[in-house]
Design a protein around this ligand. Structure first.
Ligand code: PMP
Length: 375
């Protein structure tokens, strides 16, 4: 008899699943969620909207999620770039949006390319669709995680991928890409769909333009967003994209019918009606992020430490920092102190989400106890 292990697709054998630890500890700063719970006003409105919607759960949801896509288009248009509902696609988290893109534009015999370290799910979702993954790698003389327009363009020219992922602000490094990089990749890869993953766009430092501003006249350009981060709605599972309407049409070919449940649509619609309230914590989170960036290099300085912690400039709700002797040992020592952050697998680096002021203090205090011994 053939065992399950042998039945599994050969290209999936030996692969490890995405598995950020979900641990019940006092300070959870490991998955770039918002630490702020949903405000009572929004809770009440969701409850009222759900009470109205539930009797109709005998019916399938609006397959086109028309009201939701209209609200998402209106939200994106606040940026100054007009976006129509026809340009918007929504799914269960931007992970599913990315899956739809790869199902439609990747697949066996096709290639997707990204520049790592970047979002770890880009290669994982790529491979689940039978698409080959090519790693362009980040790193320039200017910095270990930088990506210049020139090198990015040369990389896509060399590999001629069908799909290119650019992550800006980049997870796990935090820094946004200049639009020159997006344009260079777009122009150097005339046969590719270029996907700019902007999950953290709302946290960008001033003067960081979104790739939304480049959409007009570029039908191969896609910008993905999510309500999981700035909207504090990770549990709602609502991601979306803006692109040429032809991209959304292509995704209709691969999505499951009624993929966005009525509760998902209701929750997201109510949240979007409270956009200003929900985004009200963004500035507070950015302040804690900047506090982490400012504080880390000073930790251990008084103790006369040999090395020092090196935070990477961040446009997101998290900070990647280097300078650790053994990142995993430090990760465990912080966990032992009740602070869960993320070991993203980059030697000497860890990533921490900017939480509430109290959580950030707990993280910085715990780390201060470990420095300089951990440098
Ligand atoms: N893109 C990036 C860069 C992310 O960091 C994440 C979540 N960590 C996602 C996409 C997926 O988010 P979601 O599926 O919750 O929208």
């Amino acid at each position: 008899m053939t065992g399950v292990a042998d039945l599994l697709r050969a290209d999936l054998r030996g692969r490890t699943a995405y598995g950020a630890p979900q641990l019940d500890v006092p300070v959870r700063l490991n998955t770039n969620e918002s630490s702020y719970s949903v405000p009572q006003e929004v809770v009440d409105d969701v409850a009222a909207a759900m009470a109205k919607a539930v009797p109709d759960l005998n019916r399938y949801p609006d397959r086109e999620a028309t009201d939701l896509r209209t609200a998402l288009a209106a939200y994106l248009s606040r940026s100054g770039t007009a976006v129509t509902p026809e340009q918007v696609w929504a799914a269960n988290g931007s992970n599913e949006v990315i899956l739809h893109l790869l199902q439609a534009f990747g697949g066996p015999g096709r290639t997707a390319l990204g520049f790592t370290p970047a979002y770890s799910m880009h290669p994982i979702i790529t491979r689940t669709t039978g698409t080959a993954w090519v790693d362009g790698h980040r790193g320039e003389a200017s910095g270990p995680f930088d990506l210049s327009a020139g090198r990015a363009a040369r990389t896509v020219e060399e590999h001629r991928p069908d799909v290119v992922f650019l992550c800006s602000p980049n997870n796990p490094t935090g820094t946004a890409l200049g639009l020159d990089v997006v344009l260079a990749v777009h122009d150097a890869a005339p046969d590719a769909l270029v996907v700019v993953d902007e999950a953290y766009a709302e946290f960008a430092r001033p003067g960081t333009p979104s790739a939304l501003t480049l959409l007009e006249g570029r039908e191969r350009l896609v910008v993905t967003r999510t309500m999981s981060k700035a909207f504090a709605l990770a549990g709602g599972r609502l991601g979306y994209l803006a692109a040429d309407p032809q991209v959304a049409d292509a995704l209709r070919l691969v999505r499951m019918p009624y993929h966005l449940s009525t509760p998902s649509q209701v929750v997201a619609l109510v949240a979007l009606r409270h956009t200003d309230l929900l985004l009200g914590t963004v500035e507070a989170i950015k302040a804690q992020r900047d506090r982490i960036v400012d504080t880390l290099p000073r930790l251990g300085a008084e103790a006369g430490a040999r090395g020092r912690l090196e935070p990477v400039p961040s446009d997101a709700n998290f900070v990647l920092f280097g300078g650790l002797a053994d990142a995993h040992v430090t990760w465990q020592a912080l966990l032992d102190r009740g602070v869960l952050i993320r070991d993203v697998g980059i030697p000497h680096y860890l990533r921490v989400t900017a939480g509430t002021p109290e959580e950030t203090t707990a993280f910085l205090d715990a780390l201060a106890e470990l420095v300089p011994a951990h440098l």
